[in-house]
Ligand binder design. Structure first.
Ligand code: SAM
Length: 247
């Protein structure tokens, strides 16, 4: 609650078996430069697509945010009165997130651990009104990404929202040159992250196309944002509604 409590970080309860206290924090350095690097690389488009993920999150509703990084979106959601639970495996990122929440005077339930292991039915395992995957899925190689994405869909309550912010897929109508430029625009930061943090290298994931036709999801909105407001629209937010009934 604004002005009352600050971020709470559970540093014990959610640590996965493969993340003991001694695990190297590969985001240690990235945490310092992450906000500036993403803002400069996208001319603000990354943030604008991330912010779109909150479009349908009502005050008082619950939101799960795996991999919140430095916590800008987590804090923005909390400012809007949303009850946020965020799980990050990087202590450094989590510390930044915690400080940001404290500065803003909002409460965010912050947990150190592996978000893939969030058990359904636990406080952070949902089901939640909204699950936001902001530049989280692109950390993983294809088979793992699909498993994580499936798992995160299960964390959304029927009728709730899954919002994904990521690189926009290649435009099949674009010229070969434009597609090459878009590929380079994707592979450059991905390569930097791979070196710095060990993230996977992979082609751009098209979550809209890949999740199309799932009986448990309906695509409700797609938002593309232009770099510096007038460049190419190479970042996207997809908003899905989880439908009633089993997959
Ligand atoms: C590319 S950054 C994205 C940060 C933030 N969501 C954003 O859009 O700015 C990925 C984040 O996910 C975290 N992360 C990676 N794998 C994770 C996992 N298995 N469980 C929890 N957090 C994870 C990293 O520590 C990092 O903070």
């Amino acid at each position: 609650m604004k002005g009352r409590s600050l971020a709470r970080a559970d540093t014990e309860g959610t640590r996965g078996a493969d993340h003991p206290r001694t695990t190297l924090d590969r985001y240690r350095l990235a945490a310092w430069i992450y906000d500036a690097a993403t803002a400069a690389w996208s001319g603000g488009a990354i943030w604008r697509t991330r912010a779109r993920c909150l479009d349908r999150a009502a005050p008082g509703s619950t939101l799960f945010l795996p991999g919140p990084g430095t916590g800008r979106l987590a804090v923005e959601a909390a400012r809007r009165g949303v009850q946020v639970t965020a799980v990050d495996r990087s202590p450094r990122m989590l510390a930044r997130c915690r400080r940001r929440a404290a500065r803003a005077g909002v409460q965010v339930d912050l947990r150190l651990g592996d978000a893939r292991e969030a058990p359904l039915g636990s406080p952070h395992g949902g089901p939640h009104d909204t699950v936001v995957l902001e530049h989280f899925l692109n950390v993983f190689p294809r088979p793992e990404m699909e498993r994580v994405r499936d798992r995160m869909i299960q964390q959304v309550r029927p009728g709730g929202i899954l919002a994904v912010a990521d690189f926009a897929p290649l435009d099949p109508q674009a010229s070969g040159l434009a597609r090459l430029a878009q590929r380079l625009h994707h592979v450059t930061p991905l390569g930097g992250c791979a070196l710095l943090t060990g993230n996977a290298m992979h082609p751009i994931y098209d979550h809209g196309l890949e999740l199309e036709g799932r009986p448990d999801l309906r695509l409700e909105a797609v938002h593309d944002e232009r770099s510096f407001g007038l460049g190419p629209a190479w970042f996207r937010c997809w908003v899905f509604r989880r439908l009633e009934g089993p997959r």
